[in-house]
Write a protein that binds this ligand. Sequence first.
Ligand SMILES: NC(=O)c1ccc[n+]([C@@H]2O[C@H](COP(=O)([O-])OP(=O)(O)OC[C@H]3O[C@@H](n4cnc5c(N)ncnc54)[C@H](OP(=O)(O)O)[C@@H]3O)[C@@H](O)[C@H]2O)c1
Length: 324
Amino acid sequence: MGWMCCICGLSTVIYPISQGRKRHGPLESSPMMENPSLVLEKTLAIFGFPLGHTMSPVLHNAAAAALGEPYRFLAYEVRPERIEEAFRGSQAMGFAGLCITIPHKIAIHGLVDELSEDARIMGAVNVVVFEPGGKSVGHNTDGIGWLRSLEEETGETPEGKRCLILGAGGAARAVGVKLAQSGAAHIEIRNRTPEKAEALARFIGEKVPGSAVNGGGLDDLAEAAADREIIVHTTSQGMTGDPAREAAIPIPEEAIPSGVICTDAVYNPVETVFLKAARGRGARTVSGIGWFVNQGAAAWKLWTGTDMPKELTRKSVLEALGAA
Ligand SMILES: NC(=O)c1ccc[n+]([C@@H]2O[C@H](COP(=O)([O-])OP(=O)(O)OC[C@H]3O[C@@H](n4cnc5c(N)ncnc54)[C@H](OP(=O)(O)O)[C@@H]3O)[C@@H](O)[C@H]2O)c1
């Protein structure tokens, strides 16, 4: 068992070395540190609301245990009206970093001291790194996480391909920017609220000059999907927790062209109704697990400088989901 250290305003957990945890990185000076039998454990956390579905603690704590890195990952449900307080508090308490999820990605974008190139272009932050002096740097690993999962699981890249994105929220924005940066031939965005798809198409067109992007509603999806090589589903349709939502498919089965690559943002369940239908139509499928692991692995690298053992952490997440 560890115990909390309140000295110097740190909320870090102190563990006896006898537990086999090793010292990592520069440690803030504290009277506790003069006792060589104790080390500080660095705190990482996810902030979101609601957070019932998150697998981030499983992913990152599995990585820390496997690598013997002294990090502990916690989950905090933070209401939107308190996100600035929570962010400042985590910075003051010496957290090493944060994952940021719905609905805080845009608010945190406005709070960090610096932005990475992807976070600046995407206008949203899903990862914060607190540097040793306390400076906060916002990153966005959603787009690169999706791209790496596509490459790893299909051997394909978006370059020169005609793509369809279903949904126009934060995940769609990250993937859309990454598709455009990767040289997709054309990006069609379709969403329940057509105005949001049109706005996202304009946004991507402005951020990535030369990209060909179009937005619209869900009424003629069969036509929109007919000549596509990649379909990226980015809404919460198909996700567990609500039977009607879990049974919902974001595109009619008969509209999925055979030979297309279908990727899903949803990873719980791993085999969504959409992916099952896509496979039945002869499509290649990529579940949301690879996306989730890769966005997390990119975050882990930013926080710790080490490579996440992705096969192992993927297995831990699948086990936690009861899908191993
Ligand atoms: N695998 C991963 O690593 C990963 C990474 C990022 C996100 N995700 C998942 O992706 C999903 C979306 O995340 P987000 O950040 O983009 O959320 P968001 O910004 O809130 O956007 C939600 C999107 O889903 C659409 N939508 C919601 N309910 C719908 C319904 N009943 N019918 C049709 N469309 C509906 C919304 O349409 P309107 O605009 O019409 O409201 C909007 O386009 C979540 O399930 C999230 O967990 C997974």
